[in-house]
Ligand binder design. Structure first.
Ligand code: SF4
Ligand code: SF4
Length: 177
């Protein structure tokens, strides 16, 4: 999916941007997403990154993991400097979606259980219960809370961090928060 069209061509990209406009990352977060996420880039992302730092951009490996040529950056991101993005204005499309991430399900995104992800999730739970009158299932809330609670331990041990799967049509209600 990602490699056939640009990620920001998808309607969910705009929706995610709208949601994120209401949140900001806490200054205490040491850019964890940039230290653990694989970043897929397309040629447009690469062209933009080359304007910021040709030297580093030229070192990014191309790959055809999904059958078409694109690029991938492995964590920790080479553009991370002192826990800050050194190419923030030029950062790739996927980075503009943190703490949301694409997944291999075409109708869903992942939500990362970091501090900002928790803020978004808490608002979502409240909105679903009070406005939509469709409470989020308790097991989903428990799973996300557990994932957040074990976040630091798993991070330090290099273990996979479970993320919440959010159906893309549920993003619309998140947008209304
Ligand atoms: S998206 Fe989450 S992990 Fe990334 S900088 Fe923001 S709070 Fe930290
Ligand atoms: S380009 Fe910037 S925002 Fe994206 S992963 Fe690297 S440091 Fe983080």
């Amino acid at each position: 999916m990602y490699e056939k069209r640009r990620l920001n061509d998808f309607p969910f990209f705009e929706t995610v941007q709208e949601i994120l406009s209401h949140y900001s990352c806490p200054s205490t977060c040491p850019a964890i997403c940039c230290k653990i996420a694989d970043i897929n880039l397309d040629e447009n992302d690469m062209q933009i990154l080359r304007q910021a730092s040709k030297y580093k951009a030229d070192k990014i490996k191309s790959c055809n993991e999904y059958g078409e040529l694109h690029y991938k950056m492995y964590p920790p991101c080479p553009f991370l400097e002192f826990d800050k993005c050194s190419v923030y204005e030029w950062r790739p499309t996927m980075c503009r979606m943190f703490p949301f991430n694409i997944c291999n399900m075409p109708d869903a995104l992942l939500l990362f259980p970091c501090d900002m992800g928790v803020s978004i999730f808490e608002d979502y739970v409240e909105y679903s219960e009070n406005i939509l009158k469709q409470p989020v299932p308790a097991k989903t809330i428990d799973a996300f809370e557990q994932s957040h609670c074990s976040f630091d331990i798993k991070l330090n041990k290099g273990l996979p961090i479970p993320m919440l799967i959010i159906k893309i049509d549920e993003l619309i209600s998140l947008k209304n928060i």
